[in-house]
Design a protein around this ligand. Structure first.
Ligand SMILES: *Cc1c(COP(=O)(O)O)cnc(C)c1O
Ligand SMILES: [Zn+2]
Length: 420
């Protein structure tokens, strides 16, 4: 028996059945899944969760599927890594990385929202799945559709990184590149969803899709030993993950699985596309759309669908937000790789750099626990750092060739000492 009651308008409270709908017919507010929390609390104890396989379905009572999940059986439950070397760089006491750069099967947080929404698409009887994407979502929808044997169309801006394009095409969907930015892609996809009636995971299945993002928050709490951190730094693109991580913490408290105060949540954006951070700093409720111009393409959404809810969640939590330049993002990627051995894409470089900035500003105190969200993998976006890393030393194949190089470099022992 499912714990899902139905859908509800977030603005006017109108009730809807569990169908493929995402906006309220009367007020155009977004629809959200409603659960029977008493039933959830009865069934979803720590012991029950811990006895289940290590994937995102271990929290299934708080996910909007009816029967046994049919896809995403290996997605989620990514590492929460204690980052002491990075903590030392920042001068903070307790730092953690929630590392979705190794999510299965397409190496980003999108494997969570796609697992849930494709599962729902199958339940609802769709044969074609689709999405409007900045890259990672297209990768994940393509992979999950292949495994489920569904037809698939993915829509992306024309100027994405090669790894993101090939990383979709390999699974055999139709990849459609739009001459425009993500906001143009998204507008077109709303029209296509209406006309063709496909399951667009982040359009008409959006209420189910966004719920999948809660599992990122559930895992942080469980992996800290059913405790909540004090501060969480989250990237913002369309505004799905941040409010859903906040909701996840709140739900765990409501059903009694954790008892700590709710964390302060911080939004991280690239300076070249920071409409939410700008509204936050202005003290405004309304987000003024921008034209994106940044290397952080996966989070380059100039008119975020759920930006308002990001502002709301950040303010209610007592958090804040910052943006960082492309140069700071590249430095963040390199710093994370150098200190913790994790290669993230520009979205992760953004959260690392924003965390540094917020600590330096005194917004995040140095003696309290901090989780930094690492949501995507650097191997997909080599272009972003190609010019910023040391190029290989090409030498002959004789030992003498290497001896000469080693002698010339000379700084290696000094470097090694510096790394201790
Ligand atoms: C999509 C994405 C995000 C965040 O997007 P939201 O729409 O705000 O949930 C963050 N990081 C990566 C790598 C992404 O692909
Ligand atoms: Zn409404």
């Amino acid at each position: 028996m499912s714990t899902v009651i139905g859908l509800k308008c977030r603005e006017c409270g109108a009730d809807y059945p569990k169908v493929a709908a995402h906006v309220c017919e009367t007020c155009f507010g977004p629809l959200e899944v409603v659960y029977d929390y008493r039933a959830v609390a009865r069934r979803m104890t720590r012991e029950v969760v811990e006895s289940r396989p290590r994937d995102l379905w271990r929290y299934r009572e708080l996910l909007p599927v009816e029967g046994e999940p049919s896809v995403g059986l290996h997605s989620g439950f990514t590492p929460l890594v204690r980052a002491d070397r990075l903590a030392r760089e920042f001068g903070v006491a307790e730092l953690w990385l929630k590392d979705d750069s190794v999510n299965h099967p397409t190496f980003s947080y999108k494997d969570r929202v796609v697992s849930v929404s494709i599962c729902k698409a199958i339940e609802l009887g769709f044969d074609t799945v689709s999405c409007a994407s900045t890259g990672n979502l297209a990768n994940s929808v393509s992979a999950h559709a292949a495994r489920a044997g569904l037809l698939c169309y993915v829509f992306i801006p024309h100027d994405l990184e090669k790894g993101k394009v090939v990383g979709s095409a390999i699974y055999g969907p139709r990849v459609v590149a739009i001459e425009g930015n993500y906001d143009d892609v998204n507008r077109l996809c709303s029209e296509i969803a209406d006309k063709y009636g496909w399951a667009f995971v982040n359009v008409n299945l959006r209420p189910y899709y966004t719920e999948g993002a809660k599992t990122y928050g559930f895992e942080i709490a469980e992996q800290l030993g059913w405790k909540l951190p004090r501060h969480v730094v989250v990237p913002t693109a369309g505004g799905t993950i941040l409010p859903k991580v906040a909701k996840a913490f709140k739900e765990l408290r409501d059903i009694g699985l954790v008892g700590d105060p709710l964390p302060a949540i911080y939004t991280a954006q690239a300076a070249g596309c920071a409409p939410v951070v700008q509204a936050l700093h202005r003290g405004a409720d309304l987000i003024t759309p921008v034209k994106p111009n940044t290397i952080a393409k996966s989070i380059a959404i100039g008119n975020p669908a759920d930006g308002y809810y990001v502002l709301k969640a950040v303010r209610e939590s007592g958090g804040w937000g910052e943006s960082v330049t492309d140069a700071e993002i590249v430095a963040g990627i390199r710093l994370l790789a150098r200190t913790e051995g994790i290669f993230t894409e520009p979205a992760g470089g953004t959260t690392v750099a924003v965390t540094k900035k917020l600590v330096e500003q005194g917004r995040i105190p140095r003696d309290e626990s901090i989780v930094v969200c690492v949501t995507g993998n650097g191997y997909k976006t080599l272009e972003a750092v190609d010019g910023a890393v040391e190029q290989p030393f090409t030498i002959g194949s004789r030992l003498a060739d290497f001896d000469a190089l080693y002698a010339r470099l000379g700084d290696i022992p000094a470097k090694r000492a510096a790394l201790q």
